[in-house]
Design a protein around this ligand. Structure first.
Ligand code: SF4
Length: 438
């Protein structure tokens, strides 16, 4: 058997696509290996969302190039799509595959290195989802790809193309398959999943798809990865509220800026008021909903007042978490033409202030949860102290004691402390769960 080691950078969509490639290669008897260990093929699935992401990809490629020996180093994904020549020229890279061909990676590898592929295992690959996620107890399912929006800072529409949805029938089949394979939690992912539609199946919205999934599968925890704020409506929020026992009460709603002037310059199709309206509705309809966001500071033209508008919105919404970024210009994006750059030092200083606000808000909210009891899914061994990492329906990470045999199962835990972002907890005696509503 040959060994395949993978490393994924970037979004959940990439994670899903790595697993998809690995599953297809598994049909040719490639066995998964941890990335640090010896393998016959090292596959790196890259991200190019910022310059920092590009630099991280180059660093990981160079680490593997130094230790790989005769193994093949294959680089796929968005960084290849945006700058193929640079990636292909990096020392040690044997093959690069762009996004258009990513789903054919197994075929491309087999044609290039037939000697690595065992004879007689040429199984036709069906166009389905993934049924195993290496080393993970949670699964992701890609329900769409690409994006038709053209936010001024974003390279994704260029590297992933326009919006395409999977069929509702396939999504139902794939969620059912993941549940049958033993996954308790499935996250629906894609670039812009809030625009999900399948006319042929009379599925007109993401909410319709969720109804179908609850009706046709036994999935016990369905999570939505990220939603553009403008597509979140009353119907979706009410449906989530009514089905909290199966749909996780977690909303990740990219904000990017709290200033209407900057949102306009970014070409974001909502304003501050609409964002506040959506988050207020979610908080009123879904008790204890957890809300996260992505926020960018230092977009061209951002003034101190614009920044303060973002900072105040973070406080007003009371985000539970937020991924904060300092704007960096990307070639190929509309924002390249905007000239009013914010000096790097000033953008860095605003980023520090915003991180401070996000942490302060999150710490206060998390401290209020200490003492409460939650259902968690035990995910994996934690990095420290022989503990296990588990996750609540509301996406809070809880470190607990326990044996590795409990990985993949539900437990009821009481939160005993918090670092501000993660929790410690103790199992509640005698309460081992099949499915439980928090
Ligand atoms: S919605 Fe905007 S930020 Fe999100 S992928 Fe599309 S263009 Fe990029």
């Amino acid at each position: 058997m040959k060994r395949l080691a993978t490393h994924t950078l970037g979004c959940r969509l990439n994670q899903f696509e790595t697993e998809k490639i690995a599953e297809k290669l598994g049909r040719f008897r490639f066995q998964r290996a941890p990335f640090e260990e010896r393998a016959d093929i090292y596959l790196i699935n890259t991200c190019t969302v910022t310059h920092k992401a590009d630099a991280t990809c180059r660093q990981i490629i160079s680490n593997v190039a130094r230790r790989k020996g005769d193994a093949k180093l294959v680089v796929v994904g968005c960084y290849v799509e945006s700058d193929r020549e640079t990636v292909a020229a990096l020392e040690g890279v044997d093959l690069v595959i762009d996004n258009k061909n990513k789903s054919r990676t197994d075929i491309i590898l087999r044609n290039k290195w037939p000697e690595m592929f065992e004879q007689g295992t040429d199984v036709a690959c069906e166009n389905g989802g993934v049924s195993e996620f290496f080393g993970r107890s949670r699964a992701w399912l890609k329900i769409s790809d690409g994006c038709n929006q053209s936010c001024a800072f974003c390279i994704i529409p260029t590297v992933r193309g326009s919006l395409r949805n999977n069929s509702a029938e396939n999504v139902v089949r794939d969620v059912g398959r993941l549940v049958n394979a033993g996954y308790c939690e499935v996250t629906l992912t894609g670039v812009h999943i809030g625009h999900f539609k399948d006319k042929r199946a009379k599925v007109g919205s993401l909410c319709d798809l969720l109804k179908l999934l609850l009706d046709k599968t036994n999935v016990s925890r369905l999570r939505i990865s990220s939603l553009e704020p403008q597509v979140v409506d009353k119907e979706l929020i009410r449906f989530m509220a009514e089905n909290q026992n199966r749909i996780c009460r977690y909303l990740h709603l990219p904000l990017q800026s709290g200033s209407n002037r900057i949102l306009g310059a970014m070409r974001r199709p909502y304003n501050r008021e609409r964002y506040l309206e959506v988050t207020a509705l979610a908080r009123s309809e879904i008790p204890q909903v957890v809300i996260g966001a992505d926020v960018i500071v230092g977009f061209p033209g951002e003034t101190e007042d614009d920044f303060l508008a973002t900072d105040s919105l973070v406080r007003e919404v009371q985000f539970d978490n937020a991924f904060t970024f300092k704007y960096s210009v990307r070639d190929g994006t509309p924002a390249v033409k905007i000239r009013e750059h914010v000096p790097d030092e000033l953008a860095g200083e605003r980023l520090e202030r915003l991180i401070g606000t996000v942490r302060e808000v999150a710490r206060r909210k998390n401290a209020n949860l200490v003492g409460s009891t939650h259902e968690v899914l035990v995910e994996k061994e934690a990095r420290r102290g022989g503990l296990l990492q588990s996750r609540t329906r509301a996406n809070k990470i809880v470190l607990i004691e326990g044996s590795a045999e409990t990985i993949g199962s539900y437990r009821l835990v009481r939160l005993t402390g918090t670092t501000g972002s993660t929790f410690t907890g103790v199992p509640v005696a005698g309460r081992e769960l099949a499915v439980l509503v928090e």
